[in-house]
Structures are given as C-alpha cells and as structure tokens.
Design a protein around this ligand. Structure first.
Ligand SMILES: *Cc1c(COP(=O)(O)O)cnc(C)c1O
Length: 390
C-alpha cells in the first residue's frame, strides 16, 4: 500500500512495554493477573485508590495505560464490551441534548442512540461524506458528534479533522470517533482533533476472536473524571482475566495490523480483476471514492474489504458457503478470515429501502482478511467465486 502517512515511530515498542511489566516487581517480564476483588485497607476512615475491583484493578489499569499510549492520549478506560463503552460514554448526556451521527455506521451504535429518546435525548443521522451536512446538522443543543473513521460496511472514509474543525467551532460539542476498523496503528483520531476515541476490543485490538471488551481513549481531564465515575458506578467493567488477555494481544498488534493490511490490499487487487466480482471497496484502491482522504489522514488500511458478487443473493450464498478457509461469520478483526452479508447479518433496525439506498444489497459481501497465507485465501476466494457463477 503506497502513499499513506508514514507509520508512527515506536508504536510496537509501546505496545510491548508500556505497563506490560507492571511495577509490582522489577523481576517480572509478564504481568501477573490480579484477581482480587477486595483490597485490605489500613484506615477505616480513608478509602485507598485500591479498594474494590469495580472501582479499580491493577490488571485493568495496566491495559488502560497501554491503550492510552497507543493513541497518544492521556487516559483510557476499559469496559465490558464496545456497546458497554458507548452506553457509558453517552451517559454524560442530559435530557434535551442532541447527538449528530454519521450515516452508515455500526448498527449497535444507532440502537443505543435511538434508545436515548427515553431519556429525552434525540439524534439525527446525516451523510458525513459531505461536510456541509455536518455544518447544517449541528444544533444549539448538540452535545456529541458521533462518527467512525471508516464506515461499515461500505468503508467510506470520513474526514476526522474536517468534522472536528466544524464541531469545535461550537462551544460544548465533543467529537467521538469509533476507530475499531483501523485501530491506532492505522489512524489516531485524537491527533486529528477528536475528543474521544472508542473501540470494540472484541475486534482487531484483541484480534483473536476470543473476548468481548471495549475502551475509550481521551485527553480531557474533566471528561475523564466524569467517565471514570460512570465506569465505577454503572459498573460495566471487564474482568482481570480478559484485561490480561487483551494486554497480551496488544503486544502483537503492530505486526498483526501490518499483515492484515498487506494481505487485504493484495486480495482487494485480486478481487478487482475477478470476472465474478462487480465492484470492490478498499480505501487503498485509487477507485475508492475517498482514496485521497484515506492517504491524507491514515497510516494505511486494515483487513476490511467489501465487494459485490455478480448475480443475486443465491450466487452470493453459494460463494460464501463454498469457501473452505474463510468462514461465514459476523464480526471482524480476528486472525481467522471471515465473511458475511451485511444486508442480513448487520442490518440493525434499518428497512430494506434504507439498506438499498445505502448500497447494502444482498450481493454485498464484507470480508475481514485474517492472517492465513494470502495465497491460500486467494485460492479459496477464486474457487468459490467461480462456483458462485455456475
Ligand atoms: C463490534 C463493533 C462495536 C460493538 O462492540 P462489541 O464489543 O461487540 O460490543 C462497535 N463499533 C464497531 C465499529 C464494531 O465493529
């Protein structure tokens, strides 16, 4: 992949060393898992920072500090899922507040924002690929602008810096960027002006499809204190075992992301030339509508590709069920390659008309390229695509 920003220096070293050893003993190269839920206190009338593991746990704190460093942020907070992160973050909103949200983003996000109506908080969805819609969409009571670095499943690249400039011309508006699809290895939203960066660690950051977790990274002290209170009090916290596993996975994040990116680009080029494929979306391809923007704001692209199989649902189903290496699964970001039909598998509450308008049809496939040998993946895709047309 040519033309992207140069990789962040020292990223892999931080992922392997920041808080990975802990300060409990300078002899430990790998941190222990601190499972205790309670901490012995020395004075009945002074609550120590380590008191009860919902309020704070050393294994969780280590993970949070490592995550913060990878995004170049001051603070991070880990939650029990990506959804738990967003519901905790949106708990800062008050009745009467408004949220402006980008079109085409993760359906679970839209569902959380939709449910806020029961608390008197409303939201609008507009197309963020045109910044005029952002300008016009912000109202006097807008408190949060919510977007993704790359939308799902069509992989539209959204201009993080452009959106932040518009949002920050209004007092009190904060920008939240869901950077799950790229991770800080390929995009650093805080550097581009975002106030908060949210993740589902269930995807690339953990990367082995074996845990559910989320996190937010931010710089502002006041917002951090409010979110820390929400984390401690609402209590959507991850377990020390899961935090350990996520920390361990971060050690290979750089090398995994590099390989996901390399293989996916090769596969995107292969798919673009395949007679059974109508159209491919990958931000590294010059044919992508926001190719230039992707080159300008990110350090590369992950393993995510979307493409239309020639024909209808039946051909697409045949293609998906004929593959032997790539599994038919929702989710993404793991070492194993998976593919899905977003029109059925991540539609949320959208109507067939809304999906069609967005281009999410029943022959659109979302592929998460894993870390298998790329030649095996290409062979698998090629055979299944050929079969799909028979
Ligand atoms: C999966 C996902 C989420 C939700 O995360 P969970 O860990 O499944 O709760 C949020 N945003 C994006 C972009 C996702 O892909």
């Amino acid at each position: 992949m040519e033309g992207f920003k140069k990789p962040v220096e020292g990223f892999a070293t931080k992922a392997i060393h920041v808080e990975q050893e802990t300060n409990w003993s300078d002899k430990l190269v790998v941190q222990p898992i601190i499972t205790t839920a309670i901490f012995r206190q020395t004075e009945p009338n002074v609550v120590q920072p380590l008191f009860y593991s919902r309020y704070g746990n050393p294994t969780r704190s280590s993970l949070e500090k490592c995550l913060a460093s990878l995004d170049g942020g001051n603070f991070a907070l880990a939650f029990s899922s990506g959804q738990g992160t967003l519901s905790s973050v949106t708990a800062i909103l008050e009745s009467g507040d408004h949220v402006l949200c980008a079109d085409g983003i993760y359906s679970g996000t839209i569902e959380i924002l939709g449910d806020l109506k029961y608390k008197g908080i409303h939201f609008d969805v507009v197309d963020f690929t045109d910044l005029n819609n952002v300008k016009e969409g912000i109202k006097s009571n807008t408190r949060i602008v919510c977007m993704e670095s790359i939308t799902n499943p069509l992989l539209n690249v959204l201009d993080v810096e452009g959106v932040c400039k518009i949002a920050h011309s209004h007092p009190n508006v904060i920008v939240i960027v869901d950077n799950t699809f790229l991770t800080p290895y390929y995009l650093r939203p805080l550097e581009l002006g975002a106030d908060m960066c949210v993740y589902s660690l269930s995807k690339y950051l953990n990367g082995h499809s074996d845990l559910i977790m989320g996190a937010v990274v931010l710089n502002d002290d006041g917002l951090y204190k409010r979110l820390k209170y929400i984390q401690q009090t609402y209590g959507a916290v991850p377990s020390p075992f899961d935090c350990y596993q996520a920390s361990r996975s971060l050690k290979t994040l750089a090398i995994r992301m590099k390989q996901h990116g390399k293989s996916a680009y090769k596969i995107a080029v292969f798919l673009s030339n395949h007679p059974a494929v109508e159209k491919v979306y990958h931000p590294g391809l010059p044919s992508h509508p926001q190719h230039e923007l992707a080159l300008k704001q990110s350090y590369g692209h992950s393993g995510m590709i979307s493409f239309y199989v020639k024909g209808d649902y039946e051909s697409t189903k045949k293609f998906l069920l004929s593959m032997k290496v790539v599994s038919l699964c929702g989710s993404l970001g793991g070492v194993e390659s998976v593919a899905s039909i977003p029109a059925y598998m991540s539609r949320g509450k959208r109507t067939p008309e809304q999906l069609k308008k967005l281009g999410i049809t029943s022959n659109l496939v979302r592929l998460s390229v894993g870390l298998e040998d790329s030649n095996d993946l290409i062979k698998d895709l090629d055979c299944a695509l050929t079969l799909s047309q028979s």
